[in-house]
Every structure is written in C-alpha cells, then in structure tokens.
Design a protein around this ligand. Structure first.
Ligand SMILES: Nc1ncnc2c1ncn2[C@@H]1O[C@H](COP(=O)(O)OP(=O)(O)OP(=O)(O)O)[C@@H](O)[C@H]1O
Length: 207
C-alpha cells in the first residue's frame, strides 16, 4: 500500500524518485520557488509532467484523473471554492463528519458551515479546506503549508488531527517551512534543492 514516485519531472522540478507508505509522513522543505508545490501538483496529476506515479501498483496514467485525485489528494495553501456558502461544498452524507472535524480544529461548525466562503478568515478557510479533503478519506494527502495561516495553538490542533489521520491509514506528504512541525510529524525529511530531493536529517543534508 504505497505511492511510488518515479523520475517525476517538469520544467520546474525533478526528476524525483521516492516511495511513501500509508501511515507514513514525509516532509519536504526548500527555498521559496524551489518547486515544492509543483512537485505535489504533479503527484496529484494537476500539472503536466514526465515520469510516473504508482498508487498501490496502479500507474497514474492508467487511472481516471478524478479517481486518482480522490485517492491522492492535494490541499493547496490557498484553497479554491466554487459555491457561495461553505456547506454547499459538502455532500449531505459528509455533513456530520465534517462538523466533527471542524470542531476538532477549534471551529464552531454550525456557524462556519452557514457562512458565505468570502466571510471566512484565511485561517478558517485553510481549516475548512483540509476538512473538505479529509471527508473523502484519501489514501495519500498532499499538504501544501497546511498551517501557514494558523496561530500556534490552532496549528497544534491541526497537527493532532493529522497524526490521527495517519494512524487511520493515510500517508502524508507535507510541504512545510516550519522545521519544528516537520520534526514532530515526519518520519523522513527531504530538502528540495537544485530541482532535486535531498534527504535531510538533524538539520544536515544526508548523502
Ligand atoms: N503556473 C506556472 N507557470 C509558470 N511557472 C510557474 C507556475 N507555477 C509555478 N511556477 C514556477 O515554478 C517554480 C516553482 O514554483 P513552486 O510554486 O513549486 O515553488 P514553491 O517551492 O512551492 O515555493 P513557495 O515556498 O514560495 O510556495 C517557480 O519558479 C515558479 O515561478
């Protein structure tokens, strides 16, 4: 039950090759513009690329794109919303689970669900976007700076939730500038440098 990334490459990043198992967290850091988001977006099949990604033995090129993105789900730091109110982005069958998750993230679920998206704060929108992804129970979750708009206390709630999600069989690829957060969550850390992923441990590049 793994996601295998093989020689994945576009003009901005790669070729990158690595494997991540479910229940595992792999953190990627790197300078602004080094290609972290591009890498996640290629893995989620949201950017043209060469190379291949395999999900539990099935290649990305052999799976319907919508199904792929449900299993290998990218959550951007700046989420897109397409309807007026938050609750319109959740199907009825996901509503109670979404409410529980929003509460775990320190939000008043009923109030937030009823709000127009454009009335949410940046941090509220960021948490709601994560919940919108989690209700689909992805096998692998690709998180792009998931706490960039959150205070320390709320970030801790989100990290607790991510640990729980991992225990429930989801693999995480976490892009984060927050070293402490990467150390708390990740089993392995990588640095993206000169378009390549370099193993990174104890603040040192590992050859
Ligand atoms: N749609 C696009 N068209 C052209 N170039 C792009 C596009 N998106 C990203 N790039 C370029 O690709 C490179 C990598 O961008 P990317 O967003 O992956 O960086 P990042 O490491 O995630 O940066 P940050 O930490 O600032 O979010 C940058 O040079 C960026 O300008």
């Amino acid at each position: 039950m793994a996601l295998k990334i093989e020689k994945l490459e576009n003009a901005h990043v790669g070729p990158c090759t690595f494997v991540i198992e479910r229940k595992e967290c792999l953190a990627i850091s790197g300078a602004s513009g080094s290609g972290k988001s591009q890498l996640l977006r290629m893995i989620a099949d949201l950017e043209p690329h060469s190379g291949e990604v395999w999900y539990d033995g099935t290649p990305q090129s052999g799976m319907d794109a919508a199904l792929w993105r449900q299993n290998v789900l990218y959550v951007s730091a700046e989420s897109g919303w397409w309807r007026q109110n938050v609750q319109e982005h959740f199907s009825f069958r996901h509503y109670s689970e979404a409410s529980l998750l929003l509460t775990e993230l320190g939000l008043d679920a009923a109030t937030l669900m009823a709000k127009p998206v454009h009335h949410l704060s940046t941090g509220e929108r960021q948490r709601a976007a994560l919940v919108r992804a989690l209700v689909h129970k992805p096998a692998f979750l690709l998180l792009d700076e998931p706490t960039s708009a959150l205070d320390e206390q709320t970030s801790a709630l989100l990290e607790q939730l991510l640990l729980k999600v991992m225990q429930q069989d989801t693999g995480l690829i976490l892009v984060s500038h927050n070293v402490e957060q990467a150390n708390r969550l990740a089993h392995r850390r990588f640095l993206l440098k000169n378009k390549q992923l370099v193993r990174f441990e104890d603040g040192m590049e590992k050859l």
